[in-house]
Design a protein. Structure first.
Lengths: 257, 164
């Protein structure tokens, strides 16, 4: 029988969404062009050559190494691209992704990437042409809601703040705006440098849609197991597992015997 | 600010569920102010910088945050925060219902109004460092943070008040 990975437990929609993120089996909701993704990232002009930090591996004459023979280099590594990044901030108001699950997604599905998890933002680093491809997946699929998840290379403040009147996550640098046609537009790149033209990032999800697709447990949506004050809480299977691990670790963590 | 009143003042906090756009904040404050009986107003929220503070774009002006004015009475203040919380000191308890009605008329989202002691009554160490041992006008206590500049962040709309 073929091995089938069991990514995450739980029967709630949040558990299912977390499994989807980890497995990379994501629904594509929009199509943002490669040039637009490159524009928002701001590392190079769309269509420009990729600067490199070393010659292509094929020209370098690699040493005789069994690991190098087993592992095929990513396109970026083969070409000698620079390491570049994309970083997203996700609102706690039912954003589809959260830093940990972005990291799980990247670590499991993106070869040659280095995900970094922080409390309200998440960064993925990889060779330039690889990170562009990974970022496009993040922006095109259900991992992203342009109103609740924004690419923010710096000044990322917004994750834990209330939303703006129009439902957009607060952004100190005003990188995105809600257009009159209902689409969210990037007017600045991820570090706040104004763009020559606005980049359409698609329509925001409705509140109900965001609640359906989120990977965040919230008391006002899918909670861990009912209100904290409830007499009897029915915890999601994932939480039971987590509690089990914490209990064992607390009681016997330092005395494994 | 208004004249001294015989009734005891009350302090309330308006906490909208969403951050307010400058226009909405302006309309709300106008509605509240027009009814009179307001002793002190404080608005609070996350900072809106005038230029990019960090990263490769450091120093680039943020045009969206320029020239945002909050006009009230015959004064105007430059709005430097995204309005997320408003503290009011009202002349009397009856005014609370009026403020609530104004919020219902203007705010596009749900909100909460809580009555509590918001502004501190005694000078803190920071106040002492800033104003000295004698605070000229005690209404300033708790109205602006210690690093605020009085001429930039504080407006006296009608200086007929006393030691409220």
């Amino acid at each position: 029988m073929a091995y089938k990975p069991q990514y995450y437990p739980g029967t709630t929609s949040v558990g299912k969404n977390r499994r989807k993120h980890m497995s990379g089996d994501l629904e594509k909701l929009r199509d943002i062009s490669d040039a637009d993704v490159v524009t928002i990232m701001g590392h190079r002009a769309p269509g420009a050559d990729y600067p490199s930090t070393h010659p292509p591996l094929a020209e370098m004459g690699e040493p005789d190494c069994p690991i190098r023979q087993i592992v095929t280099p990513t396109p970026g590594a083969a070409a000698g691209d620079r390491i570049r990044y994309s970083q997203f901030a996700d609102s706690m108001y039912n954003a589809p992704a959260i830093p940990y699950f972005r990291s799980y997604w990247a670590a499991i599905n993106c070869r040659g990437s280095d995900p970094g998890t922080l409390s309200g933002r998440q960064i993925v680093e990889a060779r330039e042409r690889d990170i562009e491809q990974y970022t496009k997946i993040m922006m095109d699929t259900e991992m992203c809601d342009p109103a609740l998840a924004t690419m923010r290379g710096c000044t990322v403040h917004g994750h834990s703040l209330r939303l703006d009147e129009d439902g957009m996550m607060f952004d100190m640098l005003a990188r995105t705006e809600l257009g009159s046609d209902g689409n969210v537009y990037y007017v600045k790149d991820q570090v706040g440098i104004p763009l020559d033209r606005k980049v359409n990032a698609g329509k925001p999800m409705s509140e109900a849609e965001a609640k359906k697709r989120t990977t965040i447990f919230r008391c006002d949506n899918v909670s861990f197991g009912g209100p904290c004050t409830a007499d009897k809480r029915t915890l999601d299977e994932g939480l039971v597992t987590l509690h089990h691990m914490w209990e064992r670790r607390s009681k016997w963590g330092f005395r494994p015997e | 600010m208004v004249t001294k009143s015989d009734t005891e003042s009350v302090q309330i906090e308006i906490f909208p569920q969403r951050f307010l756009k400058p226009d909405t904040a302006q309309r709300l404050l106008e509605e509240i102010y027009s009814s009179g009986g307001i002793l002190r107003i404080m608005i609070q929220g996350p900072n809106l910088p005038k230029s990019v503070p960090y990263g490769p774009g450091k120093g680039i002006p943020i045009e969206e945050h320029m020239n945002m004015l909050l006009e009230l009475g015959d004064s105007a203040l430059e709005l430097r925060v995204k309005v997320g919380r408003i503290w009011l000191e009202l002349e009397s308890e009856e005014k609370i219902e009026w403020v609530k009605a104004a919020c219902e008329r203007v705010l596009p989202c749900t909100f909460t109004i809580k009555r509590k002691q918001l502004f501190h009554t005694k000078p803190t160490v920071s106040d002492y460092a800033k104003y000295g041992s004698e605070v000229e006008d005690k209404r300033i206590l708790g109205l602006v943070d210690p690093k605020a500049k009085r001429e930039r962040d504080l407006a006296i709309l009608s200086d007929t008040g006393g030691d409220t």
